[in-house]
Ligand binder design. Structure first.
Ligand SMILES: *Cc1c(COP(=O)(O)O)cnc(C)c1O
Length: 390
């Protein structure tokens, strides 16, 4: 019989029934240290008391009204995001792919409204990931995501990530925007050099293009700053955000300057659920915690300690961990054995990790981990690598 849940995922055979902080408990009673955070989503850990309270309170008041009316929660969350970023304005949606769709539409509309109706194309990077909609698989440009879904949506060019000359050479009179992840996530935790990202800004300015940083994965404290662009000294024009924004509640946002967003007037874009009161309660609560003075600095401090310990570990097992890379709590272990094999063994030993391209095992722990969780993760990693290297 065909599975009743469509078999679009290669799922590990484990299910969870409860979570607290960095820990999950499975239905068969085992305890796991969650260094995947549901793919960089539960960045404040599971059941953070402030988030639980905010959502419970909102659940008893009002869930949904639609965007036909003002939503005070949106006004509040937008004000917080605007106050803490380059952005002037925010569109709320439900996922990372939708946030990228908004960014793509915004870029095209910006040039259309400027009278440059032929500026429709977006230069993206090879190895990129922007989501699984028809538009965002075209933007990602990866054969494994596009195969079987032709025709591919036109309007996306791809150049190697990190290669400025290739990017500049790809700019044509049809180019509307540049779209990159500051640190490629699904591609295998590949940090963009700050100098490269700065030069993308310069190229965008020189040719009148919009610069889009997809911060769906890098955003919300993942790299040690609220957003990864803060490491670069430059700002994008448009920034899709999601994953960590709701702490586990599905919510996305597309942040932009007023200039970039000028074309998205009433009727130009929309979402039934986007930014509903429940989603805004969750996002507001996440921002409350992340913007507490010292929170992100503390997370960055522990991330540095984790990096140091992982470097030592890689030194002890160089055949199995060939490289440790990443920024903040966004870490890639380049594996010398199939990453799926290593992940399965880590899971069996109680540590949850996430796979990525380039045979990488991703560690995306919640930003609340401290010494105890780091020590436990290192114990499990050390034990697992010892077993594997026998
Ligand atoms: C996960 C991810 C997306 C897609 O987000 P969804 O919520 O799965 O649609 C887009 N861009 C980046 C960089 C991501 O990591």
């Amino acid at each position: 019989m065909f599975p009743m849940v469509m078999p679009t995922y290669a799922r590990a055979d484990v299910a969870f029934e409860r979570g607290e902080g960095a820990y999950l408990w499975s239905t068969d009673g085992r305890r796991f240290l969650d260094f995947g955070s549901g793919v960089a989503v539960t960045s404040l850990g599971h059941c953070h008391p402030h988030l639980v309270r905010a959502l419970q309170e909102q659940a008893g008041k009002l869930w949904h009204t639609s965007n036909l009316y003002r939503v005070p929660g949106q006004e509040k969350v937008a004000a917080t995001l605007v106050a803490n970023t380059f952005a002037d304005t925010v569109f709320f949606c439900n996922s990372g792919a939708e946030a990228n769709e908004c960014a793509i539409k915004m870029a095209r509309k910006y040039h259309y409204d400027s009278g440059d109706t032929d500026k429709t194309d977006i230069i993206c990077a090879t190895g990129a990931f922007h989501g699984r909609t028809l538009g965002t698989i075209a933007a990602g440009g990866q054969e494994k995501h596009l195969k079987g879904f032709a025709p591919v949506m036109p309007g996306f060019d791809h150049v190697p990530f990190g290669n400025l000359n290739a990017l500049r050479a790809a700019i044509t009179p049809q180019t509307a925007a540049i779209l990159v992840e500051p640190v490629q996530g699904e591609g295998g935790i590949i940090p963009g050099d700050p100098d490269y990202l700065q030069r993308l800004r310069a190229a965008a300015d020189e040719f009148g293009l919009l610069l889009i940083f997809d911060e769906v994965q890098t955003g919300m404290g993942r790299t040690g700053k609220l957003f990864a662009y803060e490491w670069t000294g430059v700002t994008p024009d448009i920034m899709p955000v999601a994953k960590g924004l709701g702490g586990g509640f599905p919510v996305g946002a597309c942040l932009a300057t007023a200039k970039a967003a000028k074309g998205l007037s009433a009727g130009a874009h929309g979402s039934t659920f986007g930014g509903n009161p429940l989603a805004m309660a969750a996002a507001g609560a996440v921002l409350d915690v992340m913007l507490e003075p010292g929170f992100l600095e503390e997370a960055a401090h522990w991330a540095e300690i984790l990096h140091g310990k992982l470097d030592d570990l890689a030194g002890r097992f160089p055949r199995i961990i060939q490289e440790v890379r990443g920024v903040g709590m966004m870490i890639g272990l380049k594996a010398g054995i199939p990453n799926t094999e290593l992940q399965a063994k880590l899971l069996a030993n109680g540590l949850l990790t996430i796979g990525a391209g380039d045979n990488v095992v991703r560690l995306l722990p919640p930003l609340i981990i401290r010494e105890a969780e780091i020590e436990e993760a290192l114990d499990i990693l050390t034990r697992t690598l010892s077993e594997v290297s026998k």
